[in-house]
Write a protein that binds this ligand. Structure first.
Ligand code: LMR
Length: 396
């Protein structure tokens, strides 16, 4: 049977990491995958995480199975981060959360549930979007429709086009929204625009599906949740897939969650039961360690404060690299105006470099960025900045 199998194409993001590892050049730089690096070029384990792990080592009593929905304390901590502990969807038990393996796992559980148990058939995704969205939703069996989001000429949001395209969506269609730090553009809606999107979803009975993977990498943990909260205040139903890979640096623990918000608590219970059965059919129940780390940190005021401080440090270092990137491009003699990069949010910068320039960066200079021109600013340091900017100056 395997003689029939064709070779899969390399993944647009993780395939780059494979190619990077195989590259023998000394001064190579990986700005493909979104992984935070500190000034020394390392991806550190946060101190808050280390303390939580030490605590767990002394107190954990069993490795018995978790329930299909995972660690209860974790799931309620997730809801507090997303909506705030006092939000109506929490107090009215309209929101129910299941731990799931990272952002991808959470999106896939959500998509499988939606395909099998709801009338939703189509998901509207932004153009451009994270390279894995098509793959996840298409594999789960959703039809994909695109809404415009980015205007290349202005390097900014094309909000009018977004609204126009979403006018074409039908009642019951899903709309994928990036909670903050849009991947790959780094361009987010302002609060007024969030309200307009929420109103449009209400008016046309569209169901928002949030991909919320960068909470705390934009303006702050609370600030970054405002768009989601505006939508949750407006529409009766939504789904959130969130991830703690980046904001807790727990990449390889694969820790995220899927949260369903229904019109009332009875419908939430029914939907949640099917989310659990989706999980049972997929991986049965989640691994515990990542959830225990997050719930230990969020359940302890000192550790929580330390985590907030560490997250702020990561956010500020990325912002500093963004500014330095723009300045260093000028210093390297680049005449093209890259000032728009300073206004983008989160880990990525959408550079506008074309495929040929991206290929030359990789082949001639060992600088790896995603084919769409997305650059991980979180992988830049003061040390690798000159190599990156001189290479970009040469390919422009
Ligand atoms: C990214 O966009 O680089 C990250 O979300 C990592 C991934 O899985 O693609």
């Amino acid at each position: 049977i395997f003689s029939q199998v064709e070779l899969a194409p390399a993944d647009p993001i993780l395939g780059l990491t494979d190619a990077f590892k195989a590259d023998l050049r000394d001064n190579k730089v990986n700005l493909g995958v979104g992984i935070y690096k500190d000034e020394s070029g390392q991806t550190p384990i946060l101190k808050s995480v280390k303390f939580a792990e030490e605590k767990l080592l002394g107190t954990e009593k069993s490795k018995s199975y978790l329930g299909m929905e995972g660690v209860q304390a974790y799931n309620s901590a997730v809801q507090s981060l997303l909506f705030g502990a006092e939000h109506d969807v929490v107090s009215q038990a309209r929101a129910l959360t299941a731990q799931a393996p990272g952002g991808t796992g959470s999106l896939r559980v959500a998509a499988e549930f939606l395909v099998r148990h709801t009338p939703a058939k189509t998901i509207w995704i932004s153009n451009p979007t994270w390279a894995n969205h098509n793959n996840i939703f298409g594999t789960a069996g959703l039809e994909i429709a695109e809404y415009r989001y980015y205007k290349a000429e202005t390097h900014g949001l094309d909000f009018e086009a977004m609204l126009t395209d979403l006018q074409g969506a039908k009642a019951g269609d899903l709309v994928l929204l990036h909670g903050c730090c849009h991947n790959p553009t780094g361009i987010d809606l302002n609060l007024e625009q969030w309200q307009q999107i929420a109103d449009l979803c209400l008016e046309k009975s569209l169901v928002p599906l949030f991909d919320f993977a960068y909470q705390g990498f934009g303006a702050g943990v609370e600030e970054d949740a405002q768009g989601l909260r505006i939508v949750a205040n407006t529409v009766p139903e939504l789904i959130v897939a969130n991830s703690f890979s980046k904001n807790f640096g727990l990449y390889n623990e694969r820790i995220g969650a899927v949260t369903v918000v229904a019109s009332n608590s009875g419908e939430a219970v029914n939907a949640f039961s099917q989310i659990k059965s989706t999980i049972r059919a997929s991986y049965s129940n989640p691994p515990a360690h990542g959830a225990l780390i997050v719930s230990t940190i969020l359940g302890d005021e000192t550790l929580k404060q330390l985590w907030h401080d560490e997250l702020k440090e990561m956010r500020e270092r990325i912002a500093e690299m963004r500014t330095l990137f723009v300045e260093s491009l000028k210093a390297a003699g680049v005449e093209h105006n890259f000032d728009f990069i300073s206004g983008q949010n989160g880990m990525f910068s959408f550079s506008g470099l074309n495929k040929e320039q991206v290929n030359r960066l990789r082949e001639e200079f060992g600088v790896y960025i995603v084919g769409s021109g997305r650059i991980s600013v979180a992988g830049m340091t003061k040390t690798n900045m000159p190599v990156i900017c001189e290479a970009i100056a040469k390919v422009l």
